[in-house]
Design a protein around this ligand. Structure first.
Ligand code: AMP
Length: 114
Protein backbone atom coordinates (compact mmCIF):
# COMPACT_ATOMS: atom_id res chain seq x y z
CA UNK A 1 0.00 0.00 0.00
CA UNK A 2 2.08 2.89 -1.30
CA UNK A 3 0.06 5.75 0.14
CA UNK A 4 -0.64 4.26 3.56
CA UNK A 5 1.24 6.32 6.17
CA UNK A 6 1.67 3.38 8.52
CA UNK A 7 3.14 1.30 5.65
CA UNK A 8 5.52 4.21 5.02
CA UNK A 9 6.54 4.26 8.69
CA UNK A 10 6.99 0.47 8.60
CA UNK A 11 9.27 0.81 5.53
CA UNK A 12 11.25 3.60 7.22
CA UNK A 13 10.14 6.15 4.60
CA UNK A 14 8.44 8.33 7.19
CA UNK A 15 9.81 9.41 10.56
CA UNK A 16 8.37 8.06 13.77
CA UNK A 17 9.31 7.72 17.41
CA UNK A 18 9.85 3.96 17.12
CA UNK A 19 9.66 1.95 20.32
CA UNK A 20 9.85 -1.58 18.93
CA UNK A 21 10.46 -3.19 15.57
CA UNK A 22 10.84 -6.73 14.28
CA UNK A 23 10.10 -8.56 11.03
CA UNK A 24 6.34 -8.61 11.63
CA UNK A 25 5.34 -5.98 14.18
CA UNK A 26 6.25 -2.36 14.96
CA UNK A 27 5.34 0.05 17.77
CA UNK A 28 5.78 3.82 17.83
CA UNK A 29 4.49 6.78 19.81
CA UNK A 30 1.23 8.35 18.70
CA UNK A 31 1.92 11.79 17.21
CA UNK A 32 -1.11 13.22 19.04
CA UNK A 33 -1.01 11.51 22.45
CA UNK A 34 -4.22 11.24 24.44
CA UNK A 35 -2.46 10.14 27.64
CA UNK A 36 1.03 10.52 29.14
CA UNK A 37 1.87 7.21 27.41
CA UNK A 38 0.19 6.57 24.06
CA UNK A 39 1.73 4.29 21.48
CA UNK A 40 0.49 2.27 18.52
CA UNK A 41 1.26 -1.37 17.78
CA UNK A 42 0.66 -2.76 14.31
CA UNK A 43 1.60 -5.41 11.81
CA UNK A 44 4.00 -4.45 9.02
CA UNK A 45 1.56 -6.19 6.70
CA UNK A 46 -1.17 -3.92 5.38
CA UNK A 47 -4.39 -5.18 6.98
CA UNK A 48 -7.15 -2.55 6.93
CA UNK A 49 -8.84 -3.26 10.25
CA UNK A 50 -9.78 -5.94 12.76
CA UNK A 51 -12.65 -6.83 10.42
CA UNK A 52 -10.11 -8.20 7.94
CA UNK A 53 -8.41 -10.57 10.35
CA UNK A 54 -8.76 -14.27 9.60
CA UNK A 55 -7.80 -17.43 11.48
CA UNK A 56 -4.53 -17.33 9.48
CA UNK A 57 -3.59 -14.22 11.46
CA UNK A 58 -3.73 -16.01 14.82
CA UNK A 59 0.06 -16.07 15.25
CA UNK A 60 0.40 -12.46 14.10
CA UNK A 61 -2.25 -11.32 16.58
CA UNK A 62 -0.56 -13.13 19.39
CA UNK A 63 2.76 -11.49 18.40
CA UNK A 64 1.06 -8.08 18.44
CA UNK A 65 -0.15 -8.66 21.99
CA UNK A 66 3.29 -9.88 23.00
CA UNK A 67 4.74 -6.59 21.70
CA UNK A 68 2.01 -4.60 23.47
CA UNK A 69 3.11 -6.20 26.73
CA UNK A 70 6.85 -5.75 26.07
CA UNK A 71 6.48 -2.03 25.29
CA UNK A 72 3.98 -1.48 28.13
CA UNK A 73 6.55 -2.91 30.55
CA UNK A 74 9.26 -0.65 29.10
CA UNK A 75 6.99 2.38 29.35
CA UNK A 76 6.08 1.43 32.92
CA UNK A 77 2.31 1.26 32.47
CA UNK A 78 1.78 -2.52 32.66
CA UNK A 79 1.57 -2.58 36.45
CA UNK A 80 -0.61 0.51 36.93
CA UNK A 81 -3.06 -0.38 34.16
CA UNK A 82 -3.57 0.60 30.56
CA UNK A 83 -6.14 0.61 27.79
CA UNK A 84 -5.68 -1.35 24.55
CA UNK A 85 -8.11 -0.59 21.74
CA UNK A 86 -8.53 -0.69 18.03
CA UNK A 87 -10.93 1.54 16.12
CA UNK A 88 -12.85 -0.10 13.29
CA UNK A 89 -14.49 1.94 10.56
CA UNK A 90 -16.15 5.33 10.36
CA UNK A 91 -18.37 5.37 13.45
CA UNK A 92 -15.33 4.59 15.60
CA UNK A 93 -13.39 7.31 13.74
CA UNK A 94 -10.74 5.00 12.36
CA UNK A 95 -8.63 7.55 10.48
CA UNK A 96 -5.70 5.40 9.37
CA UNK A 97 -6.88 2.37 7.41
CA UNK A 98 -4.07 0.08 8.56
CA UNK A 99 -4.86 -2.11 11.57
CA UNK A 100 -3.32 -0.64 14.73
CA UNK A 101 -3.80 -1.03 18.44
CA UNK A 102 -3.72 2.07 20.62
CA UNK A 103 -2.10 1.54 24.00
CA UNK A 104 -2.79 4.29 26.55
CA UNK A 105 -1.66 4.68 30.12
CA UNK A 106 0.00 6.88 32.70
CA UNK A 107 -3.23 8.45 33.93
CA UNK A 108 -6.69 7.39 35.11
CA UNK A 109 -8.61 6.33 31.98
CA UNK A 110 -12.31 6.99 32.26
CA UNK A 111 -15.12 4.78 31.05
CA UNK A 112 -17.18 5.04 28.91
CA UNK A 113 -14.89 6.76 26.40
CA UNK A 114 -16.29 9.61 24.33
P1 AMP B 1 -7.34 5.94 14.40
O1 AMP B 1 -8.39 6.98 14.59
O2 AMP B 1 -7.56 4.75 15.28
O3 AMP B 1 -7.16 5.58 12.95
O4 AMP B 1 -6.01 6.59 14.94
C1 AMP B 1 -4.94 6.94 14.15
C2 AMP B 1 -3.88 7.46 15.10
O5 AMP B 1 -2.69 7.60 14.39
C3 AMP B 1 -4.21 8.81 15.73
O6 AMP B 1 -4.18 8.69 17.14
C4 AMP B 1 -3.10 9.72 15.20
O7 AMP B 1 -2.68 10.67 16.15
C5 AMP B 1 -2.01 8.73 14.88
N1 AMP B 1 -1.08 9.14 13.83
C6 AMP B 1 -1.38 9.63 12.61
N2 AMP B 1 -0.26 9.88 11.89
C7 AMP B 1 0.77 9.52 12.69
C8 AMP B 1 2.19 9.54 12.55
N3 AMP B 1 2.77 9.97 11.41
N4 AMP B 1 2.95 9.12 13.59
C9 AMP B 1 2.38 8.69 14.73
N5 AMP B 1 1.04 8.63 14.93
C10 AMP B 1 0.25 9.06 13.93
Amino acid sequence: MEECIFCKIARGEMASDMLYSDDDVIAFRDINPQAPVHFLVLPREHIVSALDLTPDDAVLLSRIFEVINIVAEKEDIAESGMRVLTNVGRAAEQIVLHLHFHVLGGRRLHWPPG
